[in-house]
Design a protein around this ligand. Sequence first.
Ligand code: C5P
Length: 227
Amino acid sequence: ELRGVVALDGPSGTGKSTVARRLASALGASYLDTGAMYRAVTLAVLRAGVDPADAAEVTRVSTAAELVIGTDPHQPTVELDGQDVAAEIRDQPVTLAVSAVSAVPEVRAQLVEQQRRIVARAVDAGSGIVVEGRDIGTVVVPDAGLKVYLTASAEARAERRARQDAAAGRATTVAATRADVERRDTLDATRAVSPARPAADAVEVDTTALDIAGVLGELLTLVDQRG
Ligand code: C5P
């Protein structure tokens, strides 16, 4: 069992990213956003003009892409081929295509290998790491000391997502966001390779009625008990 490694999985709109960063910061640990990695590869696919459903072409682009991801919870960075893409990977075209790209087995194999190297480095350095995604507890770090699966009602998740989009200046409605959130969840949960699901030994935390501080408090308690 890997002490100091927290696997934080769950669908979008559960507050996962914010909570993961704050938890890492509170623990003095590193932070890894694996969704940002799938998004960056998706951006590379779109820039190359490749169809996200063409697995062979997607694999070719993914293999050639140079992806550098920072692990400082105060300033997470994502670089694609030497360029900062942190903002662009949150835009609508990437969000629409990412589930297709992340369903390609070779893309997952490449990124999981990179993710495991980053986790190993943090463990070796003794800093600990909070890793967020969809398959962290099931595939990437199955021996993580603590596995948490965040959930929330579809309504609550769509509202949070819409608020984030509005704050970032992206035009959407709650209804459109809800449709997108549900579409992406279904694709992520039903893909053949590493479908998004809780690990058998993950602690499920329902965030529907909790604010960020409330979720963070629950996670800190869990880390104290068994992290
Ligand atoms: O977490 P975020 O919403 O940014 O993730 C974007 C997409 O990346 C997800 O909808 C999913 O398709 C993919 N993903 C994944 N495995 C992970 C993290 C993200 O397949 N560990």
